[in-house]
Design a protein around this ligand. Structure first.
Ligand SMILES: [Zn+2]
Length: 222
């Protein structure tokens, strides 16, 4: 216990621990203890951090082509990850007896993998069978975008899109299938060009009724 401030004297415990690779490729942990230093970094504008990041990867951030790059990068990251129109109202209408499958397919989507911040680029196929309500058709792509515009993995985007539509439309079932290219797998790692990953989430009747599931899978097969 500190006699002056009555606080526990755990102030020398590391307050920031970041996994890293040493120059020899070993896994290490970078530790920072200095609260003032951490605070200063927290307050630093992201453009400044990006400027130094460019420097540390061997670039000259002052050359003509890069001078505005930190500004541009921060702007577009913000636009992509915190879009102003992320929140939207999922308008619904009376289904008026419509009880067959509604499909919007080949919806282009873009995301970033959370492990490497590399692009995920693909198409989404969304179907539902209405109960009492139908949605404005544009709301299906918007739901997909709402979850794609984050640091993500494809499985989670698929699940979240299906869950959101289940909650807000209360349909008999929702089917979401995403098929996408992962640039972290194509440009690095196994370096397999033009490989497509497909993830599918089925709920309600798409799970219990094999013919509904088959109809969905046949319709999205191109
Ligand atoms: Zn990745």
């Amino acid at each position: 216990m500190c006699v002056n401030c009555n606080k526990k004297d755990d102030i020398y415990l590391p307050t920031l621990m970041i996994p890293a690779k040493s120059r020899d490729g070993e896994d290490i942990v970078l530790e920072m203890y200095d609260a003032d230093e951490i605070d200063m970094l927290e307050r630093m504008e992201p453009e400044i951090l990006m400027y130094f990041l460019l420097k540390r990867i061997g670039e000259n951030p002052n050359r003509e082509g890069l001078i505005d790059t930190p500004k541009r990068w921060v702007k577009w990251m913000n636009e992509f990850l915190n879009p102003k129109d992320r929140e939207f109202k999922l308008t619904t209408f009376d289904a008026e007896g419509m009880d067959e499958m509604i499909i919007v397919d080949n919806i282009p989507f873009y995301s970033f993998c959370e492990h490497h911040i590399a692009p995920i680029v693909g198409y989404g196929h969304i179907a539902y069978i209405p109960n009492k309500k139908i949605a404005g058709l544009s709301k299906l792509p918007r739901t997909l975008d709402m979850f794609a515009h984050r640091l993500q993995n494809q499985e989670r985007i698929t699940m979240q899109t299906a869950q959101y539509l289940m909650e807000h439309l209360d349909p008999k079932g929702v089917a979401v299938s995403l098929t996408a290219r992962h640039f972290c797998m194509e440009m690095r790692g196994v370096k397999k060009h033009d490989t497509w990953t497909t993830t599918t989430k089925l709920t309600g009747v798409f799970q219990s009724d094999i013919s509904a599931k088959q109809e969905f899978l046949n319709r999205i097969k191109k």
